[in-house]
Ligand binder design. Structure first.
Ligand code: SAM
Length: 269
């Protein structure tokens, strides 16, 4: 391991030390294969589908959308769900390992996914055409640490959408974490019963570091930028999106209760 926490050449299965790396390219180093394999093995897609229900499928269908660009494909969960619901999906991710895993997962379910490796900040260099909808799910947008990178990514998403396209971005409820640091440091998020847990083990104004604990005793970290809900909504407006509707844990609400997730649906017209 190098002094800055980055893996030394050849050590590709090791995650860098949980240093306070605050840069937008760091996502490339965090998703090492052992973490990805373990995650997919334990967080089974059936239970994840149950929690999420038909939310994204219904929303896209109601809007009459057909072509979808999944910009944060990861291991392919949303891509596969949407393909199976009849959407024409292109699966994009900046991380080659993630895309390979998504392709494998798709194939195991009888689908040949259309994959494109592209970083959001230069998205239109690598994709072709314009889409009805873009999805950026699983708290992915918070991988961007620099304001300029968030601007670049949103400008690229906007340009990749048709004139009446919609962008769906979700994020954790960082407002609650930032406003109530004592609560958040003791709060664990459980996945798959009690098998996997995640808790913020370092929280600063510009860093939320989550520690994921697995039943075999191993643990991994993900460094995220703690985005405030209103900041994201304002950013979407700045980039020309006309209407932004924010849902809390898959329900449209204007209440100030404390959901785990926010989902922003931004329309170009
Ligand atoms: N959406 C999937 C899910 O919910 O299971 C995966 C979410 S995972 C938390 C975030 C994904 O975003 C990773 O696959 C990562 O490689 C990708 N990502 C992060 N920053 C990116 C960037 N700048 N450009 C392209 N992909 C990026």
């Amino acid at each position: 391991m190098a002094n800055d926490g980055s893996p030394v050449a050849g050590a590709t299965t090791e995650q860098p030390k949980p240093s306070a790396a605050k840069e937008s390219n760091f996502y490339q180093k965090q998703y090492v294969s052992s973490f990805v394999e373990k995650w997919d093995e334990l967080i089974d897609w059936d239970s994840r589908s149950k929690t999420e229900g038909q939310f994204f499928i219904d929303l896209l269908k109601e809007q009459g959308k057909e072509t979808v660009l999944d910009v944060a494909t990861g291991t392919g969960f949303h891509t596969v769900r949407l393909v199976e619901a009849g959407f024409d999906v292109t699966s994009c991710d900046g991380n080659a390992e993630m895309l390979a895993k998504a392709f494998e997962n798709g194939k195991a379910r009888g689908h040949i996914l259309k994959t494109v490796q592209a970083d959001w900040r230069w998205l239109n260099k690598d994709i072709q055409g314009k889409y009805d909808a873009i999805i950026c799910l699983g708290n992915s947008f918070t991988h961007l640490f620099r304001e300029v990178d968030r601007h670049r990514a949103l400008a690229e998403f906007y340009a990749a959408l048709k004139h009446d396209g919609i962008l769906i971005i979700d994020q954790r409820n960082y407002d609650q974490m930032l406003d109530d640091r004592e609560y958040s440091s003791s709060h664990k998020f459980y996945y798959c019963g009690e098998q996997v847990s995640a808790a913020p083990d370092l929280l600063e104004d510009n860093l939320a570091r989550f520690k994921y604990d697995f039943p075999d005793g191993s643990s991994y970290h993900l460094n995220m930028f703690p985005l405030r809900r209103q900041y994201v909504a304002d950013l979407l407006k700045t980039h020309g999106f006309q209407t932004i509707t924010t849902y809390s844990d898959f329900q449209e609400t204007h209440k100030t209760e404390d959901p785990d997730f926010f989902i922003h649906v931004a329309k170009k017209e």
